[in-house]
Design a protein around this ligand. Structure first.
Ligand code: SAM
Length: 274
């Protein structure tokens, strides 16, 4: 994997850098998730955008604060502050604002942190649709038992239960990603951003990437979380489409941007070697 590019020290950034960082920190505190600190280097590497354009988007994060506070309130009311949700929601927002994709596909919704931020950006763009796939994991009782997954949904709630707004831009599909992702890919004309955050196995990630690969547009962004559990699936895919893989800091969340001129990622190109 390609390491992050050289550090841009805050004191070397443009004048609005400090303000953007302050707003990002405030939004993170409102969400109540210390992991959600914005990684500017990763944003730059994956998006290929200029620092100035990224900082301009980060300048919008103050507008998101009421939503962040409400997501946090719902999480706590649901029983805990963290549902193993996506750790880079503000980067998701920024990618969508920069890329302005017509179709975004994500797998794994749970309480809906990633969905909410993708939708907020699409709403701000006034364009595009988020297609989410989730097979929810039900929590057995009012309190999460020690043997249950932190992604489990408290009784009486549904996938995306902490998203505090409605959006006509949300196409939420409940089902197994092995069925729903190929179905979605066959329906969509092109995909501008794909996020994998559901079943973290090599086979499942490879299946999802093989399904969406032929529909990914030139310059599309592809993200996958928990890649320490998915072996070579992501780097193999990235290599097949000529994209570099960037890791977010020391985490196993990775991203890649397809070249502007790319060869198609055919299922054959993704199938394991002998
Ligand atoms: C890590 S959580 C997703 C977190 C979400 N992205 C967020 O930011 O809040 C993983 C979700 O994928 C769901 N899931 C697990 N296996 C799945 C499958 N085979 N198909 C679809 N969804 C699945 C889980 O039930 C859970 O809701």
């Amino acid at each position: 994997m390609t390491p992050d590019p050289p550090s841009d020290r805050p004191d070397e950034g443009p004048p609005n850098s400090a303000r953007a960082r302050t707003l990002a920190a405030r939004a993170r505190r409102a969400l109540g998730d210390p992991r959600a600190a914005v990684n500017l280097r990763w944003l730059r590497a994956v998006s290929g955008a200029s620092v100035e354009s990224i900082l301009a988007v980060l300048g919008e994060l103050d507008d998101l604060r009421p939503v962040e506070e409400e997501i946090h309130r719902r999480h706590v009311a649901g029983g805990r502050a963290n549902y193993a949700h996506f750790s880079a929601p503000f980067e998701l927002y920024t990618f969508v604002r920069l890329l302005r994709p017509e179709h975004v596909v994500e797998t794994g919704v749970s309480s809906g942190v990633s969905s909410a931020h993708l939708l907020l950006a699409l709403e701000k763009n006034r364009a595009g649709t988020l297609h989410s796939v989730d097979r929810p994991t039900p929590q057995r009782g009012a309190v999460l038992a020690p043997d249950e997954s932190p992604v489990a949904i408290p009784p009486g709630l549904a996938s995306g239960w902490a998203v505090p707004f409605r959006s006509a831009r949300w196409d939420l599909r409940i089902g197994d990603s092995a069925i729903e992702v190929p179905r979605l890919a066959s329906e969509l004309p092109g995909i501008g951003l794909f996020l994998h955050d559901d079943l973290h196995t090599a086979d499942r990630l490879a299946l999802e990437l093989a399904a969406v690969g032929p529909k990914l547009l030139p310059g599309a962004i592809v993200l996958a979380d928990n890649t320490s559990q998915t072996g070579a699936a992501f780097p193999t895919f990235a290599q097949s489409v000529g994209a570099r893989v960037y890791r977010r800091g020391t985490s196993d969340l990775v991203g890649a941007r397809l070249p502007r001129h790319r060869r198609a990622a055919t299922p054959a190109a993704l199938s394991p070697g002998p």
